[in-house]
Design a protein. Structure first.
Ligand code: GZL
Length: 325
């Protein structure tokens, strides 16, 4: 394990301590911890959805002091420029490792190169980046394209043989989750009788999901047979708009979403949603395991993909009592 310094010491004497202890770049330790404490800067997207809250909780639980970490947490309020600034701040603080849940895929090359030059490993969790693979040690994530394809296959199998009008609430523009889900979904409904009336981003939030759905209903009204929302939260926001328009969600407008957080699974069990593809947010344990290996100089895989499942209304009723998030 790299020679460590006490972050508290650095706070007291500033740059001198950094020079005095010959920081090998990224070699500082947590404040007050012993030699083996790993200081990790975690750049989270923000708090845009129920999924994000569960993911943050999972990460904070795994990167605890008891587990040998000092976690410096930053939530970027879904603003990519704020998230890049957070990563740069972690580099300046000389953390031992950076964990990043990138809001968007592009724009990471420069700051990831700065982390590499500072000898600070970056581990991606959740979404991924378009930057070169040599700029991050590993990615712990999910197969978003498969999630989109699973949702699209359910739509194709249940509605693809009769003329069906669909609207789509997309996730955050430029995020790998939204881009890849859209790709997988489009592939699955190719050649069916499904018509996409409209597709707009609701930025993974309930509020924006409701607003965009209100617009869809004003424009297309009862022509809409089906809604595909890239996450539960936008689908839950759309429920309010559908009910306000005097329509019955799950019946007049069928709804398929992705995530399977508790509120989404409850809507599914109660018949307001029709199908949910899970996207597991509990990535903390695996991410912490990978960080420890990377900091110890052990080899790790370039990516670890967490398995997902899918639920219909009956399966949601059965699964709800045991769901961890
Ligand atoms: C997916 C994650 C997405 C979720 C949304 O791994 O990045 O972001 O589907 C969340 O709920 O906001």
């Amino acid at each position: 394990m790299k020679a460590k310094k006490t972050l508290a010491g650095l706070a007291l004497v500033g740059a001198i301590a950094l020079t005095a202890t010959g920081c090998a770049g990224g070699g500082s330790t947590a404040g007050g911890g012993g030699d083996d404490v790993i200081t990790v800067g975690f750049a989270q997207t923000g708090s845009e959805s129920g999924w994000r809250s569960a993911n943050t909780e999972s990460m904070k639980e795994a990167f605890s002091e008891e587990n040998g970490f000092n976690l410096i947490f930053n939530a970027a309020d879904n603003k990519p420029e704020a998230q890049i600034a957070a990563v740069r701040s972690f580099i300046n603080q000389g953390v031992d490792a950076i964990v990043l849940a990138p809001i968007v895929t592009d724009g990471w090359d420069d700051v990831l190169q700065e982390a590499k030059d500072a000898n600070i490993p970056v581990i991606l969790e959740d979404r991924t980046v378009s930057a070169s693979e040599d700029l991050y040690a590993s990615w712990i994530g999910l197969d978003f394209e498969k999630e989109g394809e699973t949702a699209g296959t359910w739509v194709a199998e249940n509605f693809g043989s009769t003329p069906t009008n669909l609207v789509i609430l997309e996730g955050t523009t430029g995020s790998s989750a939204a881009t890849d889900r859209a790709t997988g979904f489009a592939k699955a409904i190719e050649g069916t009788d499904i018509t996409v009336l409209d597709s707009q981003t609701g930025n993974f939030t309930r509020a924006e999901g409701k607003t965009v759905m209100e617009g869809f209903l004003q424009k297309y009204g009862s022509q809409i047979n089906l809604l595909f929302a890239h996450n539960d939260d936008m689908g839950l926001g759309a429920l309010d708009a559908i009910k306000a328009a005097g329509l019955k969600p799950g019946t007049d407008i069928k709804i398929v979403t992705i995530d399977a957080v508790k509120d989404g699974m409850t809507a599914l069990a109660e018949g307001e949603f029709n199908y949910i593809v899970e996207c597991n947010p509990l990535l903390g344990e695996k991410t912490a395991e990978v960080v420890k290996k990377v900091v110890a100089g052990e080899s790790v895989d370039k990516q670890y993909i967490v398995e997902d499942q899918a639920f219909d209304q009956e399966q949601a009723k059965a699964a709800l009592p045991d769901r961890k998030y």
